[in-house]
Design a binder for this molecule. Structure first.
Ligand SMILES: [Zn+2]
Length: 305
């Protein structure tokens, strides 16, 4: 590693600082794609949580620890989504600029949903050691509202420009183009989801509050809690009752999760997969847009009559 480091410093020297762009580490694939859009023509960020891993429960691998250690900038949702990443960000990325989006004024957050069909969040935020009281606990699936994405892009461009002023015009132009793409996506989703409002459905885990709130569709319940842990028998009974009471005919599964939970409580329900982190999408800077469009396709496949 030392040799590689010396080599890259030597290579960079004749071209001036930041010839390869700043080192940026990003937690999840959708956010990685947004940062990638801003860094277009300058560099490529590193992804911490592999596309096929759950952000709620992943353990840092050596290559991911290295990306954090070398980072000039770390962009992450925050410990509410990835409690296991809090310590590595603090200890490994000591010299980096950290953008914690849950704590950033650019982010619009929603409280966790409560109620029998979701869960009591009394013990959701337990022992992560970041001192949030229950009143402050917010749903961390913030990227599923494109308005948040649109507000993050200029913020990311600003921080990149502070670190790498030489490329600030590129970052500003990229961010502007990316905001236009995200706003067009938002408009498109709003139009396409209009006729699917008020149709009851259940989700595998309570990840879609932001998407639902933005587009006026609404889950009647979640099979697993918002940290995607396996449901217990009491919870399955509650969901079964909710499905019967609301007449929900659609349930959403997720990549890597067994559909057995759903078919156990509602054998006749239609099951369609939702992919909230872009597991099924190629890892390019277009992942965010493709993932969000994929959600609409899934909603239509499950809810349209
Ligand atoms: Zn989640």
């Amino acid at each position: 590693m030392m040799r590689k480091l010396i080599l890259s410093v030597t290579l960079m020297w004749p071209f001036g600082a930041m010839a390869e762009g700043p080192a940026v580490a990003v937690d999840i694939a959708p956010l990685h794609s947004l940062v990638g859009m801003v860094m277009k023509d300058v560099g490529t960020p590193s992804l911490i949580v592999p596309q096929n891993a759950s952000p709620h429960a992943h353990f840092l691998r050596p290559s991911e620890a290295r990306a954090l250690k070398q980072a000039d900038l770390v962009v992450w949702i925050g410990p509410e989504l990835t409690p296991w990443l809090e310590k590595p960000v603090t200890t490994l990325a000591q010299d980096a600029v950290i953008l914690n989006l849950m704590d950033d004024p650019a982010t619009q957050t929603l409280p966790f949903r409560e109620g029998a069909a979701f869960e009591s969040h009394e013990d959701h935020d337990h022992d992560h050691g970041h001192g949030h009281s229950e009143e402050e606990a917010h749903d961390p699936h913030v990227w599923l509202d494109p308005q948040n994405a649109a507000r993050w892009l200029p913020r990311i461009a600003q921080l990149l420009s502070d670190i790498d002023p030489e490329n600030k015009d590129t970052y500003a132009k990229n961010a502007q183009e990316a905001v236009a793409s995200v706003e067009a996506l938002d408009q498109e989703l709003r139009e396409r989801l209009e006729d699917l409002k008020a149709r009851p459905f259940v989700v595998f885990h309570d990840a879609y509050h932001y998407f639902e709130a933005r587009y006026g569709v609404e889950a009647v319940g979640a099979i697993a809690a918002s940290d995607a842990q396996a449901p217990g028998p009491r919870r399955l009974r509650e969901i079964s009752d909710t499905i019967a009471a609301t007449g929900a005919k659609c349930a959403f599964s997720e990549p890597g999760q067994s559909q057995d939970w759903i078919t156990a409580v509602a054998p006749d329900i239609k099951v369609v997969e939702l992919d909230p982190t872009g597991v099924r999408v190629d890892q390019t800077d277009q992942l965010y847009l493709e993932m969000m469009r994929g959600l609409e396709v899934s909603f239509r496949a499950c809810l349209a009559e």
